[in-house]
Write a protein that binds this ligand. Structure first.
Ligand code: XUL
Ligand code: CO
Length: 436
């Protein structure tokens, strides 16, 4: 059985190709800065949007046509869907995928039954991974859809919701280990508040940290050596999510002694919801040594919510890949398309167009970023801006050899600071455009 009979493996045909089912820039084996594109980009397909998204919105039900679905919530349908997912990912040529526990298998009437359903589908995922060589980028648990998590999971005022979430993450980590996952992600589904009058913030944050420490301990216990990630998002579904942006996450991780255990999984649309650019989030994480992985998508700047669109903006992907290269590349992480086709793009083939476009946009961004770095003009001009710090005085201050008193003495003698240099913002923006 094949779900996409009209599609073969998506070929690379080069920039002049007019074939919408071919890559124009993503050539998996092409070497950039000493590594293949496949290795730099580590593309990943998400199960939740691509295989579970139906195109529903607050004003109407799903529109997606998915002929392989039998309309039931059975384990058999879930197993069949898993095989379809691997046919898609294999034809696309993405090396990774990512899923939440509840994306892949239906919930049962008890935790034990739910775990049995999960195991039955994981068996198929494992077979398909072995058949295709496709790997798991990261696993995660859905701690936000079931009504038991209405007040949050690790931050719930109901300690049994916390306990249930712990049991769920324990199982999801075991499955991630079993499937050889390169990482495990925590996105704080409903970990936040709707109203501060009913919220004990300190207690909720303490509980969230305790929960993450339990995960770290359990990873040691079972021998899971994959990378843990925390994924910032400022709001939606709650009014305020505790992991609101990269800086808030880093502060939380430092406060609770978790820095060495988690890196950040940054998502473009979450950055925009936080009032930041993705480049800002990448620089905040990268400069703290905590840049882990990317959830690649984009929002619509005219709509205020998490639209999770496929990224097609070359300027954005150039910024992303420039920061990724600058901070040493994605090691365990990847470019994970946490993106969904529009409600109006309801045919299965639209899933191919969407991913091909995203992969090509990131491949171009990678090549452009590498060209910028190879020429070195941007870096040269930026370094020049800080040249005073390489002078005797700058170097002495950086080395900790000065105090307020010694600097006061110096400035009283000099009378005023040396004149500033132009920031040359427009010239640098023009320079970037010469590479696009
Ligand atoms: C939600 C979101 C999640 C996480 C995984 O906005 O991005 O899908 O990536 O839980
Ligand atoms: Co995400």
């Amino acid at each position: 059985m094949t779900a996409f009979p009209e599609i073969d493996r998506i070929p690379f045909e080069g920039p002049n190709s007019k074939n919408p089912l071919a890559f124009r820039y993503y050539d998996a084996g092409e070497v950039v800065e000493g590594r293949t594109m496949a290795d730099h980009l580590r593309f990943s397909v998400v199960y939740w949007h691509t295989f579970r998204g139906q195109g529903a919105d607050p004003f109407g039900p799903g529109t997606a046509v998915r002929p392989w679905e039998d309309g039931s919530d059975s384990v058999e349908n879930a197993q069949n869907r898993a095989r379809v997912a691997f046919e898609f990912i294999e034809k696309l040529g993405a090396p990774f995928y990512a899923f939440h526990d509840r994306d892949v298998a239906p919930e049962g009437s008890s935790l034990a039954e739910t775990n049995r359903n999960f195991d039955a589908v994981v068996k198929v995922l494992k077979e398909e991974q072995q058949r295709t060589g496709i790997k798991l980028l990261w696993g995660t648990a859905n701690l936000f859809s079931n009504p038991r998590y209405m007040h949050g999971a690790a931050t719930s005022p109901n300690c049994e919701a916390f306990a249930h979430a712990a049991a769920q993450v324990k199982k999801a980590m075991e499955v991630t280990l079993e499937l050889g996952g390169a990482g495990y992600t925590f996105w704080g589904g409903r970990e936040g508040y709707q109203n501060l009058w009913n919220t004990d913030m300190r207690r909720e944050l303490d509980h969230l940290a305790q929960f993450l420490h339990m995960a770290v301990d359990y990873a040691k216990e079972i021998g899971f050596t994959g990378q843990f990630y925390i994924e910032p998002k400022p709001k939606e579904p709650t009014k305020h999510q505790y992991d609101s942006d990269a800086a808030a996450c880093l502060n939380f991780l430092r406060q609770y002694d978790l820095m060495e255990h988690l890196k950040l999984n940054l998502e473009t649309n979450h950055a925009t919801l936080a009032g930041h650019t993705m480049q800002h989030e990448l620089e905040v994480a990268g400069s703290a040594g905590a840049l882990g992985s990317l959830d690649a998508n984009t929002g619509d700047l005219l709509l205020g919510w998490d639209t999770d669109q496929f990224p097609t903006d070359i300027y954005l992907t150039t910024q992303c890949m420039h920061s990724v290269l600058k901070y040493g590349g994605l090691s365990t992480g990847g470019v994970n398309f946490d993106a969904k086709v529009r409600r109006e793009s309801f045919e299965p083939i639209d899933l191919f167009y969407a991913h091909i476009g995203g992969m090509d946009a990131f491949a171009r961004g990678l090549k452009i970023a590498a060209a910028i770095r190879a020429e070195g003009r941007l870096e040269g001009l930026r370094n020049e801006r800080y040249a005073s710090w390489d002078s005797t005085l700058g170097a002495e201050i950086e080395a900790g050899k000065h105090s307020f008193a010694s600097l006061e003495k110096l400035m009283l003698e000099k009378g005023d600071a040396a004149p500033n240099r132009s920031g040359r913002q427009e010239m640098l923006e023009n320079l970037i455009n010469t590479y696009l």
